[in-house]
Design a protein around this ligand. Structure first.
Ligand SMILES: NC(=O)c1ccc[n+]([C@@H]2O[C@H](COP(=O)([O-])OP(=O)(O)OC[C@H]3O[C@@H](n4cnc5c(N)ncnc54)[C@H](OP(=O)(O)O)[C@@H]3O)[C@@H](O)[C@H]2O)c1
Length: 392
């Protein structure tokens, strides 16, 4: 029996709230708070059981502190945007409440995400006797847990990892992003980066690509990108010699993105327009479909997984573990597309791990630092079944 305060009523927030509502024995009370109260009310109206809602500006620490003091939750589950991470962690520190998120902090005026800002809270969270669980979505999140499962249960030692994220869905719009457009476009237009032999190697944006035949989908072109889970995985699993992250994009998406970049619409610095300052990427976000609105007509599947090589029983081995998620099925269950679904389900399970004491500690943690077994079991039970096979 516990009370959770969910912050952020977007695509992921909707899924988390639906999924928490399905497990009343753990989430006996749910409060959903966000900047726009109507979005909380809309999600509330879709649920089979009552929840409370609230309006909050999570960038404002005193406002967050006041809300936490009023609600008295056992856990704050942050599915707003990465910009809010530190303010919400500050509010948790002040009130002594545990914290969970799905994406690492990123300063609004600089397209650079890394764990340093949040890892720097380690001593303060430990001294306060509370826990922060970082990056508990799908990637980061389940991908880290797949790798922790391979390390614990399938290999003597792992050496090479390719994380592969494929969305083969069709949403019917010429151009839209599956999660927050600002965060998505900042991530995709950044320089690529991978880790090999103790070094980070940079590549030009989307310049390295190859085809992969994704189970239940077929061959797709995937592009090397930098992604945050690689930073924590090389820290916590030092046997990793090389790790790369790949994501698929359709030609239509890439063509739109190239044009938007060429005309300056993806810039994040303010420009003067008719006497006002506007940030082109924020303006573009206002024009694009909200990720939470894409679900209704979305068809097709996602496949996200990890190809891992290492040593098993003293011999070289290659292993593939992945999840396939269907957009239309996700919509039928929780009124959301599969990208929000694959993020929201693990966030709910991570919250469940913390609230039931299966994962506990004081300080700041990434998911691969905990036992993957109970989490892997819950993934299958709560809508994200996984498949594994040895290829060598
Ligand atoms: N790990 C993963 O696998 C993964 C995958 C996808 C997404 N994510 C992360 O999940 C999070 C949510 O993504 P999403 O697709 O749900 O985005 P979204 O649809 O844009 O939703 C974000 C929500 O946060 C609210 N919000 C923004 N600023 C706020 C503030 N200052 N105070 C209170 N609420 C605020 C927004 O309110 P308004 O509606 O009023 O703007 C919106 O409801 C992001 O951090 C994203 O990076 C992680």
């Amino acid at each position: 029996m516990s009370k959770v305060l969910i912050v952020g009523a977007g695509g992921v927030g909707g899924v988390v709230t639906h999924k928490c509502a399905q497990v009343p024995e753990v989430f006996s009370e749910i409060v959903l708070a966000s900047r726009t109260l109507e979005k909380c009310e809309k999600i509330k109206s879709q649920l089979p059981r009552p929840i409370e809602t609230a309006r909050v500006d999570a960038d404002n620490v005193p406002e967050m502190v006041a809300l936490i003091r009023k609600v008295k939750p056992d856990l704050v589950l942050n599915v707003a945007l990465p910009y809010q991470d530190l303010a919400i962690m500050d509010a948790c520190l002040e009130t002594g409440v545990n914290y969970l998120d799905t994406a690492n902090y990123e300063p609004p005026d600089e397209a650079r995400f890394c764990y340093k800002w949040q890892w720097d809270y380690q001593d303060r969270f430990r001294d306060r006797g509370i826990m922060a669980l970082l990056g508990c979505g799908f990637d980061p999140g389940v991908t880290n847990i797949f790798i922790a499962h391979a390390v614990k249960n399938r290999f003597d030692e792992i050496h090479y990892v390719d994380i592969m994220d494929c969305n083969a869905g069709e949403h019917g719009h010429p151009f839209a992003t599956n999660f927050n457009p600002e965060i998505n476009i900042r991530e995709v237009t950044a320089r690529g980066k991978y880790y090999e032999s103790g070094q980070w190697i940079e590549t030009d944006p989307l310049s390295v690509h190859q085809s992969f035949d994704f189970p239940e989908i077929g061959p797709r072109e995937m592009y090397l990108m930098y992604h945050e889970e690689m930073e924590s995985l090389v820290k916590h699993i030092p046997s990793i010699r090389k790790i790369r992250f790949w994501m698929t994009f359709g030609q239509e998406y890439l063509t739109h993105l190239r044009v938007l970049q060429n005309v300056g619409m993806t810039r994040i610095d303010p420009v003067k327009f008719q006497g006002c300052e506007i940030v082109p990427l924020q303006f573009l976000k206002a024009l694009l479909p909200e990720p939470s609105s894409l679900g209704e007509n979305y068809k097709g599947k996602t496949n996200i997984g990890c190809m891992i090589e290492g040593i098993k029983d003293g011999k070289p081995a290659k292993y593939y573990v992945y999840n396939v998620c269907d957009h239309a099925e996700a919509y039928r269950e929780v009124k959301a597309q599969a990208i929000s679904y694959t993020t929201g389900v693990p966030a709910m399970i991570g919250a469940m791990m913390m609230l039931t004491g299966r994962w506990k500690g004081t300080g700041v943690f990434n998911v691969e630092q905990f036992d993957p077994d109970p989490f892997m079991e819950k993934l299958t039970q709560h809508g994200l079944p996984w498949t594994e096979k040895f290829l060598v």
